[in-house]
Design a protein around this ligand. Structure first.
Ligand SMILES: [Zn+2]
Length: 121
């Protein structure tokens, strides 16, 4: 299950970013390209298991966003976004397509609460 490895990578990035800092992570924003073919439920499940390794992360919520595949056709010049891999230009059907985005995977933002205690429930 490659979602587990991806979730581990996400948790590692967050923990590296935090260092020794005392805080509570509330949300972790992750963007992943469609070509990663991530099953979101599996990713969330793995993240929920892995986050328990650090109490700062234990209550964190995963905010997952898919990056569409973006390409430019070398034949007709069209630029387009698609949500799955066909490899063909949707305008002219050419396979001579340059892919510009859709292969990324990164932690975009980490929302932390830094011990300033607002009574928020
Ligand atoms: Zn085309």
């Amino acid at each position: 299950m490659h979602e587990y490895a991806i979730a581990k990578g996400i948790v590692d990035v967050v923990l590296t970013t935090l260092g020794d800092r005392e805080c509570v992570v509330k949300k972790v924003w992750v963007k992943a390209g469609v070509t990663k073919a991530i099953v979101e439920d599996a990713l969330r499940f793995s993240f929920d298991v892995l986050k328990k390794q650090d109490k700062r992360l234990a209550g964190a919520e995963l905010m997952y966003q898919v990056i569409l595949l973006r390409g430019r056709c070398r034949n007709c010049g069209a630029e387009f976004e698609i949500d799955r891999i066909s490899g063909l230009c949707p305008v002219c059907g050419s396979a001579d397509v340059e892919w510009l985005a859709g292969d990324e995977l990164f932690v975009e933002k980490i929302e932390i609460s830094d011990g300033n205690r607002e009574s928020d429930g």
